[in-house]
Design a protein around this ligand. Structure first.
Ligand code: DQA
Length: 148
């Protein structure tokens, strides 16, 4: 069975209460439950991890490569703009991935407009709120040969 991994970076565990005007009212659990349902309907395995620690995310990417995960959907959050380590882990894993941001990072501070991941991603979705995750997961499923 093809397998999808969704990764959420720092502070995304606070969704629902964190700057709701910017990031929406849904909690991370609610978002993840919806993504899990989409994968279940498509017959695709689903794994998810949120971490506030860069090394934990990096090690999960290493494991994903060893497990033969087919696709990664990642919102690297603040690590988007800082982490060469995350970039190198994704390059080492050589797994296709989609980068998702709830907010439109290009309409925000200058430091958010650079991503260490975008140029090596299959695609980037930014500014569509939680729907962005849904679109990315459906796109990943289709790219793995499934229907969604
Ligand atoms: C974010 C945008 C980042 O700049 C920020 O650090 C986040 C969330 C987003 O989903 O819009 O934590 O990735």
């Amino acid at each position: 069975m093809p397998h999808l991994l969704v990764l959420h970076g720092p502070n995304l565990n606070r969704l629902g209460s964190r700057e709701p005007d910017r990031y929406g009212h849904q909690t991370l659990d609610q978002i993840n439950a919806h993504l899990a349902q989409i994968c279940e309907e498509a017959g695709v395995g689903f794994d998810v991890l949120q971490s506030n620690h860069e090394g934990v995310l990096i090690e999960r990417i290493h494991t994903a490569a060893d497990q033969g995960v087919g696709f990664i959907v990642i919102n690297p959050a603040a690590y988007t703009h800082t982490s060469i380590g995350l970039r190198d882990a994704l390059l080492a894993a050589a797994l296709p991935f989609l980068e998702v941001h709830l907010s439109n990072v290009h309409a925000r501070e200058a430091f958010r407009q650079h991503s260490y991941l975008s140029d090596i991603a299959e695609g980037v979705i930014s500014g569509l709120g939680a729907e962005g995750y849904e679109f990315a997961v459906r796109a990943a499923i289709r790219r793995m040969g499934g229907q969604a």
